[in-house]
Write a protein that binds this ligand. Structure first.
Ligand code: GCV
Length: 663
């Protein structure tokens, strides 16, 4: 049970691997004995070591050891980073601050959990990005927008909850190096508007303090029209002096109670949420107004760029939702104040299984930027279908934007290397809930774990992260490691094969976003079209179409603009392509669609068969939950295969060369 409910921190018994000898005595040098982070770190060490190796540790302070672990403060180490080195029986962990020390301790526990020897160990890690953040879309009634793992554990029936699970959550989060968390949905409606009032501040403070003890800054999502909803001025105009005065007072009250609050996340002028546009003001006017007020308290305003016209006419071929973030934000580059960070979704549309990278990332050259990805599997299988997302996040980080002569990848931009700034970050809409195993499907735990590890250390490969997670959360048994690793590493490609082809996206059941509905969004207002006719499909975003491809720097703009040089996996995102067009594989587009959809289902069957052989080798609850999810995934994959293939057969009239069953 523990293994099922504690994720990768279950601390179940492990092989010694010669590690016991280091663990009997641990001495801290130079750290404040009273600090809560230090106390939490010691507790973690004690339970971890006792659970995994049945060793009782003695903790001392300022003692020079002859054998054991020395945890030493060294101001030369990068902030939040750590070095671990073993020499002649002494294992030294050095860090310049408490977060680094805590992360180093989790790294030691990770090694033990993975049954790696600590002898001769040498590890040095430092954070890839200053803000490494989970965004929760939890509502105060306990529901979670796009949540697939049960209900919220932060809010129950409009109350804020702080309990043992909150503490366990902090442990999991800190253990992977996350240092900031937004606890409520970006769609701030009803009671969530009141989180900044006396009704909730005490409880939010309790949670903020608990988080602080694990080096995590708590942030709140804010309703931009809170002035109106909380009985202030009947306006949310960011340049109205009455509105500014109201916010000064409100933010003052909040920080008087919660001085360690990180700041606010704002979704404005987006999908029905209010914002500065309503008052003829710019996004910068809105963000800067809040940022100036919060600045004396050391707070940060994170401002989302998910601003687009969601009332589009499907007959209109000129308006392109993909253009929106860039068009709405690029003009004000340089106008945003220092403590504003623009949070930008990885793609120009909305978390599809395949999208190009948003040209706004790096398009902005004078503005703090934070990359937003979605770990919650809204469009990637609802944590029913397995879809390990870290390979996709790696692709995003490695994308070369050409925004500068050097340091021009997305990883460079969000680490601060490109612009030399410190307010940058990497955020994920996270996939947890109150399900016992945290993530619904246990295999989705790899994404919960993996995002944090990747944000902390962007050099890790997707395989390394997956293997770390499997060993800690499932087992060190080689067969388990190899088989689960293979399943995870192939899962995104498989999901992509049986759902939407070559970057076109969507074709999902409207609103629910699980299961196929090829025309579900085709004649809607959401701007998400495939434009299929009897000759071909795809959206022309070249200079002859919507011109979206021109939002990139060269040579990317030219590469995407031409059908010949456009990466094939994004062909239908950028071009309207005939079904008879020959791809690099030598297959026509239509045959590619048929083949990949058959392959996708076969691959799910192969994954299931491989998983079935692990009965008895992984924890019973995990085995059962994952098996159930696989059964549903297979049904989903078949439905996608048959609906997509049949749809395009009927549109094109072109038969499958292999004469397989297409209805
Ligand atoms: C929180 C998509 C989702 C919405 C989500 C929105 C956003 O449109 O379907 O549920 O709202 O993105 O990112 O704000």
């Amino acid at each position: 049970m523990k293994q099922w409910t504690q994720g990768w921190l279950s601390y179940s018994p492990k092989k010694d691997c010669g590690n016991n000898k280091f663990l009997k005595k641990i001495s801290f040098q130079g750290f404040d004995k009273e600090s809560v982070i230090l106390q939490n770190a010691i507790k973690e060490l004690e339970i971890g070591i006792a659970g995994m190796l049945s060793v009782k540790t003695e903790v001392t302070f300022e003692e020079q050891l002859e054998t054991g672990i020395q945890i030493v403060k060294n101001n030369e180490i990068h902030s939040e980073g750590y070095n671990i080195e073993e020499k002649e029986g002494i294992l030294t962990l050095q860090a310049s601050d408490e977060r680094g020390m805590l992360y180093g301790i989790y790294a030691l526990l990770r090694q033990i959990s993975m049954e790696k020897s600590l002898t001769d160990i040498k590890i040095a890690e430092q954070p890839g990005s200053p803000f490494r953040m989970y965004n929760h879309w939890d509502n105060m009634d306990g529901s979670i927008e796009r949540g697939y793992s049960g209900k919220s554990f932060f809010f129950v029936k409009e109350e804020v909850v702080v309990n043992e699970r909150t503490r366990d959550y902090c442990r999991l989060v800190a253990s992977v190096g996350i240092n900031a968390v937004v606890i409520n949905n970006v769609n701030v409606v009803g009671p969530a508007t009141y989180l900044i009032t006396d009704r909730y501040l005490e409880k939010v403070k309790e949670m903020t303090d608990l988080f602080s003890g694990f080096g995590i800054k708590l942030f709140l999502s804010l309703n931009f029209a809170a002035t109106i909803e909380l009985g202030g001025p009947n306006s949310a105009d960011p340049l109205d002096p009455e509105v500014i005065k109201w916010w000064e007072q409100k933010i003052g009250e909040v920080y008087a109670k919660i001085p360690n609050l990180g700041g606010f996340l704002v979704k404005a002028d987006s999908e029905g949420r209010p914002g500065p546009f309503t008052y003829g003001r710019t996004q910068a006017d809105g963000a800067n107004m809040l940022a100036d007020i919060i600045k004396p308290y050391g707070g940060i305003i994170i401002w989302r760029c998910f601003v687009y016209n969601c009332q589009q006419d499907w007959r209109d071929y000129k308006t392109d939702r993909a253009r929106a973030a860039y068009d709405n934000f690029i003009k004000m580059d340089g106008d945003y104040h220092d403590n504003v960070i623009l949070q930008i979704k990885n793609g120009p549309m909305d978390f599809q299984v395949r999208e190009p990278i948003s040209p706004l990332l790096g398009g902005l050259k004078k503005t703090n930027q934070m990359l937003e990805v979605q770990v919650a599997q809204e469009y990637t299988g609802h944590q029913i279908d397995v879809c390990y997302l870290i390979p996709m996040f790696k692709e995003i980080l490695e994308f070369k934007t050409y925004c500068a002569k050097e340091h021009d990848t997305i990883a460079d931009i969000i680490s601060g290397r490109t612009l030399g700034n410190i307010n940058t970050g990497f955020a994920a809409v996270i996939n947890t809930g109150n399900d016992k195993n945290w993530t619904g499907n246990d295999l989705a735990g790899a994404n919960f774990y993996g995002f944090g590890r990747l944000a902390y250390n962007m050099k890790l490969t997707a395989e390394e992260i997956a293997e770390e997670w499997i060993r800690q959360a499932f087992s060190n048994d080689t067969e388990v490691v190899e088989k689960v690793l293979k399943i995870l590493m192939e899962s995104r490609a498989t999901y992509e094969k049986y759902t939407t082809p070559l970057g076109i996206g969507w074709m999902v059941t409207p609103h629910v976003h699980y299961g196929p509905s090829i025309d579900g969004y085709e004649y809607s207002r959401w701007g998400t079209y495939h434009r299929a006719d009897h000759l071909g499909m795809g959206v022309d975003r070249s200079d002859k179409g919507t011109g979206y491809a021109q939002q990139y720097y060269e040579p990317n703009a030219a590469m995407y603009n031409s059908m010949e040089t456009c990466p094939e996996e994004l062909l239908l995102f950028f071009h309207h392509v005939p079904y008879t067009y020959t791809l690099k594989s030598g297959k026509t587009l239509i045959q590619h669609i048929y083949d990949t959809h058959f392959e996708g289902v076969e691959e799910v069957e192969a994954m299931m068969a491989s998983w079935a052989t692990l009965k008895g080798r992984v924890n019973e609850e995990i085995f059962t939950v994952v098996t159930e999810r696989f059964n549903k995934q297979l049904a989903n994959a078949k439905e996608w295969r048959d609906q997509v293939n049949t749809y395009f057969y009927r549109k094109s009239g072109i038969a499958d060369e292999k004469e397989r069953m297409i209805y």
